[in-house]
Design a protein around this ligand. Sequence first.
Ligand SMILES: [Zn+2]
Length: 137
Amino acid sequence: MSNSQADSLVSRVNGLAQRAAHESTPIEEARTAGVLLAKLMVKHALSIGTSNPDAMRQLAELRQANATLATQNLKLQAELAMARQGTQSKPSQGAWKRITARFDSKCPACAGHIEMGEPIMYRKGSRAVHVSCLYND
Ligand SMILES: [Zn+2]
């Protein structure tokens, strides 16, 4: 693209942007100008820049704030993951699950009888206990 072509592209983009944003432009024409502007930008791989130092500074501050938020979010997620792990048993033992007893047995916590069909707590590697026995010890 020659310099004059680039200049004419810049003036077309600026013209469309002015037309789209100007309050005296009828809404339909403003929409059309906006669509043409977007197409022109995509076609020529243009991006929105600014030479306004205040806007640049605000943009930099926004980016910084976004980065801080993202970091805080990551830390929070890590803390949550650790908190969740802390409430769970070791993987080799599995997590306690509330199930229905499939056969009669003896509760190791209270030495009482567990009847088939009763709700119990069970995990891999442990014997089934009464629901109340697991949470009362
Ligand atoms: Zn029990």
